[in-house]
Design a protein around this ligand. Structure first.
Ligand code: OFO
Length: 184
């Protein structure tokens, strides 16, 4: 048996630990999906969308690490998720951002379930920790919704796709304008 150097002070139930690891998987999946989308955009010449998605992929990895630290500090064991089945090819730039929106909605649902669970079992430390993710999801959804809207507002004909690609670079600023005093 491997000797532990410190006695973990466990404040997580097994179920909460498992659920937090489930959220780690969701964030890891976000990071992997966005990296793959970024690479596809790069090969297609959508340079601003590629930059946006590379940045976003890195952000998702940071979200995953935030959960890693929390789980281990609370006496649990954060697990590197198995991630497979990543899509590499897309039919259009619109499809990429529709998938981003669909994925973010799933992430929000998963965070909400986790928060509800923590509240029910009175794990207020985890409940409190997870508030950051709630706020973050508001921002992520705002960005993803706007990205999809751009295709209808601008249209894809002529210089439309080029213009949409330029506008994607401004999405983070758009979220700050829409949600002042929220997020980081
Ligand atoms: Fe981690 O915020 Fe998107 O998924």
């Amino acid at each position: 048996m491997v000797k532990q150097l410190v006695t973990p002070k466990r404040s997580l139930t097994e179920e909460t630990e498992e659920r937090l690891n489930g959220q780690i998987m969701m964030e890891g999946l976000s990071s992997a999906r966005y990296l793959s989308m970024a690479s596809w955009c790069d090969t297609m010449g959508y340079v601003k969308s590629a930059d946006f998605l590379y940045r976003h992929s890195e952000e998702e990895r940071q979200h995953m690490l935030k959960l890693f630290n929390y789980v281990n500090n609370a006496g649990g064991h954060a697990l590197q998720p198995e991630i497979s089945g990543i899509k590499h090819k897309f039919n259009s730039l619109r499809e990429v951002f529709e998938e981003v929106l669909g994925h973010e909605l799933e992430v929000t649902e998963s965070i909400n379930d986790l928060v509800e669970h923590c509240f029910k079992i009175k794990d207020f430390a985890s409940f409190n920790f997870l508030q950051w993710f709630i706020t973050e999801q508001r921002e992520e959804e705002t960005i993803a919704r706007r990205a999809v809207e751009l295709f209808d507002i601008i249209g894809e004909e002529g210089v439309g796709l080029w213009t949409i690609d330029q506008e994607i670079a401004k999405l983070e600023d758009f979220a700050v304008e829409q949600l002042p005093n929220e997020g980081e």
